[in-house]
Design a protein around this ligand. Structure first.
Ligand code: HAM
Length: 438
């Protein structure tokens, strides 16, 4: 093929050569271990879904980013941009038969046609952890604890990240109190969501122009949302009966997380809105403390979604944590594992006639679960040793004619450079290379 026609990767998509896949696996394993530690079971669904599953339920932002098309059967379909609607659909068909609460996790690859920027690609893997069938705030606290623990599992500490939480019920009540009508609530969420990234005067202007507020109402909203801690909101709005219950729940939420030893990781922040339309209660996001990266993770309670996709009305809460920002953060903090090749044994034959013996030892050692490599064609001893070192062999078994005649082989430990003579009979039986920790 002519060079100018060489294919390149689509923008926003990644290849995973082995060294990158090792990093991905490192993250996946931490996600899996943490999920299991909290008693969650793994599930999955199809990467292609009916378009309708997202239009209306997920909100405008994500719908504008869909990889959607009409399939050959004339169906409107899309690559999944998130997992939550699929979870709701899957449970809709079977939740009645399942003991509650349902604790499920998954790690799907998702697709969003995003504007390219740091931390945002057009595909990513997203760990989803959800509890379905429990309306109490204990479930909200439990999923946040899972998210925090996974980051700790990967070596991050309270110095590196924090969780910020708020509540959609609180947000809507405060905005309505300030004069925002039901129809303009979503527009006002959009402004609050950008308070941190937008100029104060621009936010005030948008609240006036897009959300129907007067100048002084708009100022008040910006003031409350930028300054408001939970105590401040309780002091100014605690008398409002519609808010008293929410405020009590948020206190309980904080107390449970403190009981789990995670109090230092969480703080209330009224500016946390979340982009998706289906959230109904507590919402949260995890950020690096230095504010260098985009959100590592986001989630919250969505009590109406299962019903909306045609299932039993069941309360639900969960989060999604992507691999992209997390990978950047781990790299930035020097927490990625050293990647490289590794085999337990490399078999070197000093003369060509020993090939059958190489194959026999390889078969026996592999049958015992050891990883074994050898040169796939005749090569000089020097080349075989250099192959052994580029394979990352921990030990090299040298099969030479004189030793073989005497029924032994030389086993060299490549890390400490020691050599042992080992009986060929043992090697042929898959033994002879001390114990299991070869
Ligand atoms: P989300 O906030 O859209 O939530 O995504 C969750 C996380 O996925 C983000 O914080 C980010 O780490 C990662 N992420 C999202 N989009 C991209 C992208 N284009 N490139 C790289 N990483 C990305 C949801 O998707 C909800 N369904 C989560 C959820 C589960 N809520 C309840 N259960």
């Amino acid at each position: 093929m002519a060079k100018d026609k060489a294919f390149s990767r689509l923008p926003g998509f990644r290849d995973f050569p082995p060294e990158d896949l090792q990093i991905r696996s490192h993250i996946f394993e931490a996600w899996r271990r943490t999920s299991r530690r909290y008693g969650f079971q793994e599930y999955d669904g199809p990467p292609l879904e009916a378009l309708e599953l997202y239009t209306e339920k997920s909100g405008e932002e994500i719908v504008g980013q869909l990889y959607a098309f009409r399939d050959k059967g004339g169906r409107e379909v899309t690559l999944r941009p998130e997992m939550t609607p699929s979870l709701a659909r899957i449970l809709g068909e079977r939740s009645r038969a399942l003991p509650k609460p349902i604790r499920w996790f998954t790690m799907p690859q998702l697709f969003r046609y995003e504007r390219q920027q740091r931390g945002r690609l057009r595909e990513h893997f997203q760990w989803n952890v959800d509890i379905v069938g429990e309306a109490g705030v204990g479930a909200d606290a439990e999923v946040l604890a899972v998210a925090i623990d996974a980051l700790r599992e990967l070596g991050l500490t309270v110095e590196d990240f924090r969780a910020r939480f708020s509540d959609r019920r609180l947000l809507s009540a405060l905005l309505k109190n300030a004069g925002v009508t039901d129809e303009l609530l979503v527009a006002a969420y959009g402004v609050v969501d950008k308070l941190e990234r937008e100029d104060r005067s621009r936010s005030v202007q948008r609240l006036e122009q897009e959300c129907g507020l007067t100048g002084s109402q708009a100022e008040e909203v910006v003031e409350l949302f930028t300054a408001g801690g939970l105590e401040e909101v309780a002091r100014t709005h605690g008398g409002d009966p519609s808010l008293a219950q929410v405020l009590a729940e948020l206190e309980e939420y904080r107390a449970i997380l403190a009981g789990l030893g995670l109090g230092d990781f969480v703080e209330f922040d009224l500016k946390i809105v979340r982009g998706l339309a289906y959230y109904t209660g507590i919402v949260f996001e995890l950020f690096d403390r230095k504010g260098e990266f985009r959100a590592i993770c986001g989630g919250g309670r969505y009590d109406r979604l299962l019903e909306l996709v045609g299932g039993d009305p069941l309360p639900a809460v969960g989060f999604g944590m992507g691999d992209v920002v997390l990978g950047e953060l781990l790299a930035g903090r020097g927490l990625l594992p050293a990647v490289g090749r590794e085999v337990d044994l490399f078999l070197v034959s000093v003369v060509p006639g020993l090939r059958p013996l190489v194959l026999e030892v390889a078969r026996a050692q592999r049958a015992r679960g050891r990883s074994v490599a050898y040169s796939l064609r005749e090569q000089s001893v020097r080349k075989q040793f250099s192959a052994a070192s580029s394979e990352g062999a921990r030990r090299v078994v040298v099969l030479g004619p004189h030793e073989v005649e005497r029924g032994v082989a030389v086993v060299r430990d490549m890390r400490i450079g020691t050599e042992d003579r080992v009986s060929l009979d043992l090697l042929r039986r898959g033994e002879g290379v001390d114990g299991e920790e070869v």
